[in-house]
Design a protein around this ligand. Structure first.
Ligand SMILES: Cc1cc2nc3c(=O)[nH]c(=O)nc-3n(C[C@H](O)[C@@H](O)[C@H](O)COP(=O)(O)OP(=O)(O)OC[C@H]3O[C@@H](n4cnc5c(N)ncnc54)[C@H](O)[C@@H]3O)c2cc1C
Length: 505
């Protein structure tokens, strides 16, 4: 079955905090809007919630800023009811093209996405037809196309991971993946958890596990609170973050969750799955302090969180200018209206820098307003966005990926899990074959050539090839994936038919 083509003034990819705000702003500015999202219902990562078809309906429990979501959601649903927004959930954009008339998006049903189902709604949402009801061909339909004069990409990010001996054992998860599991299912993938890595995101993950009845054996933070001292002004600019931190501290105290700073997992132990972790105290560069090692027994899930990697396939494929952000991520460059170096193409949310949901919403409003032909954000909102950006920068600088993380590896540690390429093979390719970036590593070792296409190992492999600081070129080579989502051969072949009919330029 082939989904219908959709035409709109503005296309938005992603219905997370940034995408929802962009769609609402563009629609309220008078534009017709098409929103494509891989998920079955709106919310993205931050407001991921249980399926709305299941009772009791989601009430925002365990979510921050749920009232912001409800406001965006009711405006989104109101615009849908008026026919201003066409919502295409459960569909992934696998290719984007620019032509004289604007942009064309090729979409495919999302693999493993539950088919959108009939309405139920989150408390307070607009009563009209609110759920992920496909318009113009949603999940379950075949290939589809969306064309629009302007495009807003709000594709968010995914967990950044660092390898460590044993991280390929079942029971090791990404911290964001763990969080998503708990939010979407309201249950836990295990009983006893260790959460490790760096950054404030470890706190909600551990708190969510404790609230769902899990035991958090320890939270291991590689950085130290003193790393915030040079950034107190930036931190004071967003006081709500301190309040959020205090609330987590209370949860940690209530559930007696040990929070250890300057601490890392040096090895995940187990034969068929996670059984324990070896940990150590580390210096400011992440180098193990001799004699500080200990083992936490009886652990069945380890969640690693080393920040997020913006999902840049679509922006990179359209040729946007990129840069390396303070956290070492490749991000899209935008102006103060969120417009990229490609005219008519706007970026918002994590794709312009990992800065949290509140910033993503502000950027979404700015991008959607501009794409919809309205004026810029009010000065107050722009100032708020600037404060959030300063906070994000401070957070990245206070919680860096430890410079010495590669010391935790052994030559046998698998770095690319899809292709089972070890750290030893990567180092040998670097020293013997001069493989000094992710692209050369692909040719010599197959690193990043498997199912995930370098999404999991790309950052670490770039660091290993280049001596810790990955370059923009290496990261861009990892982000360059001609197909942004898995697609059938039939859908690829249909491109030729479309070209023959003159639909593709
Ligand atoms: C797994 C995970 C869990 C997270 N949980 C939290 C949390 O609990 N708390 C917190 O503060 N931060 C969390 N974050 C960080 C988070 O991303 C937020 O800061 C915030 O959600 C960013 O908003 P966004 O709109 O930029 O992106 P997102 O919320 O990530 O939304 C992006 C949307 O784009 C869609 N998308 C991506 N690519 C395509 C494509 N090719 N075609 C169609 N649709 C596409 C996705 O399905 C998604 O709905 C999490 C991140 C991840 C990766």
């Amino acid at each position: 079955m082939t989904a219908a083509s959709t035409h709109a003034d503005v296309a938005v990819v992603g219905a997370g905090p940034a995408g929802l705000a962009a769609a609402v702003a563009a629609a309220e500015a008078g534009a017709s809007v098409a929103v494509v999202d891989a998920a079955a219902q709106p919310g993205g990562q931050y407001w991921r919630h249980r399926p709305e078809t299941v009772v009791p309906e989601p009430d925002g429990h365990g979510h921050h800023d749920w009232s912001v979501y409800l406001d965006l959601r009711s405006r989104f649903d109101a615009a849908r009811a008026l026919g201003r927004i066409t919502y295409l959930p459960g569909r992934s954009v696998w290719m984007a093209q620019k032509d004289d008339g604007g942009f064309t998006l090729r979409t495919t049903p999302t693999i493993a996405s539950p088919a959108p189902v009939a309405p139920s709604r989150p408390q307070g949402a607009h009563p009209a037809d609110v759920t992920a009801q496909a318009e113009g061909g949603g999940a379950g339909a075949g290939a589809g196309a969306v064309s629009a004069r302007r495009l807003v990409l709000c594709t968010g990010g995914y967990d950044r991971q660092l390898p460590v001996p044993g991280w390929d054992l079942p029971g090791v998860m990404a911290a964001g993946g763990l969080q998503a599991f708990v939010k979407a299912n309201g249950s836990l993938p295990g009983r006893r958890f260790v959460i490790a890595g760096t950054g404030p995101f470890l706190l909600p993950v551990a708190a969510g596990i404790a609230a769902a009845g899990g035991i958090v054996v320890a939270v291991l933070e590689a950085s130290a609170p003193s790393a915030w001292l040079p950034h107190l002004k930036a931190a004071a600019g967003v006081p709500e973050k301190a309040l959020e931190g205090a609330a987590y501290a209370a949860v940690f105290a209530r559930h007696r969750i040990p929070y250890r700073t300057r601490s890392i997992v040096t090895e995940v132990l187990g034969s068929d799955r996670v059984e324990a972790v070896r940990t150590a105290r580390a210096d400011a560069d992440g180098r193990v302090l001799p004699g500080s090692e200990r083992v936490y027994e009886d652990v069945d899930v380890v969640g690693f969180g080393w920040g997020f990697t913006p999902q840049l396939e679509l922006p990179v494929s359209l040729g946007v200018r990129t840069r390396v952000d303070a956290d070492g991520s490749l991000v899209g460059v935008v102006d103060d209206r969120q417009e990229s170096s490609v005219p008519g193409l706007f970026l918002a949310g994590e794709v312009t820098g990992v800065g949290g949901a509140a910033l993503a919403v502000l950027e979404g409003f700015a991008a959607g307003s501009a794409a919809g032909g309205s004026s810029a954000l009010p000065a107050k909102a722009a100032a708020r966005a600037a404060r959030h950006r300063r906070f994000a920068r401070a957070m990245h600088e206070a919680h860096p990926v430890p410079a010495g993380w590669s010391d935790w590896l052994t030559p046998e540690t698998i770095v690319c899990r899809c292709e089972e390429v070890t750290a030893g093979e990567i180092v040998a390719a670097r020293s013997d074959l001069e493989a000094a970036d992710s692209r050369s590593l692909k040719s010599f070792t197959r690193t990043g050539m498997g199912w995930c296409q370098g999404r999991v190992c790309g950052f670490a492999a770039s660091c290993l090839a280049e001596g810790n600081q990955p370059s923009e070129t290496s990261l861009a080579a990892t982000a360059r994936r001609p197909l942004a989502a898995p697609v059938s051969l039939g859908e690829l072949a249909s491109l030729e038919d479309a070209a023959a009919e003159g639909a593709v330029h």
